[in-house]
Design a protein around this ligand. Structure first.
Ligand code: 4NP
Length: 210
């Protein structure tokens, strides 16, 4: 399991938005059994508070699911229990370093450092601009997930299919191949043709050509 921990100042605006946006991207790629996501703050100011109402409204607008939550503060032991510790801006990074002390395994990053335009994500608690924060966080989470997939070579083809899913895929492929089957075949050619179709279908499924 790859464990991502998002960190911001209050854990009620940017880091929980990042948590739910990344979870949504992970679910859409069926990778939730490979990657876990949490979020915490560096300050005690907001301890126990739910996500900011405007952050919730932005996630509602974008159709991203979220749950009621309580802000938590980063602790030193989170370093052991995380593979990626991701802050939103430079001041988050320096606060993270004050709490964890050292980063020998290079786990600490800034979210937009995964993109082609590294920069801070402005705090919407102060700017009031939740749209800009959302856009930046989505850009960062998309690049972060690509980077994780590349680094850990999560192979989508390695995922298991249930029997029913496999039958549906085979039926779907056979249906597609009926488009290229000749109008008429001799009975003597039927068995060879059907087994060839089945072989091709299975090879295509194995190559994940859906
Ligand atoms: P966040 O924003 O770090 O994106 O969650 C903040 C929320 C609350 C406070 C500061 C920043 N506060 O000081 O209460």
């Amino acid at each position: 399991m790859i464990r991502v921990l998002f960190v911001c100042l209050g854990n009620i605006c940017r880091s929980p938005m990042a948590e739910f946006i990344l979870k949504d991207l992970i679910n859409k790629k069926d990778l939730s059994s490979y990657i876990s996501v949490r979020s915490v703050s560096t300050s005690y100011e907001t301890f126990g508070q739910d996500m900011h109402i405007e952050a919730k409204m932005k996630l509602d607008e974008k159709g991203i699911p979220y749950k009621k939550r309580k802000a938590k503060r980063l602790s030193k032991s989170d370093y052991i229990y995380s593979d990626y510790i991701i802050g939103m801006d430079e001041s988050n990074i320096s606060n993270i370093m004050k709490i964890i002390g050292d980063d020998p395994k290079h786990k600490v990053h800034k979210l937009l450092d995964f993109t082609e335009k590294p920069r801070d994500i402005a705090d919407p608690w102060y700017t009031g601009n939740f749209s800009k924060a959302y856009d930046d966080i989505l850009e960062g989470c998309t690049s972060l997930l690509d980077s994780i997939i590349k680094k850990y070579k999560i192979d989508l083809n390695e995922q298991e299919l249930s029997k029913n899913e496999l039958i549906t895929l085979i039926e779907d492929k056979i249906y597609q191949y009926t488009q290229i089957v000749p109008e008429k075949v001799k009975v003597s050619e039927y068995l060879a043709l059907s087994s060839k179709l089945l072989d091709t279908s299975i090879k295509r499924i194995q190559k994940n050509d859906r």
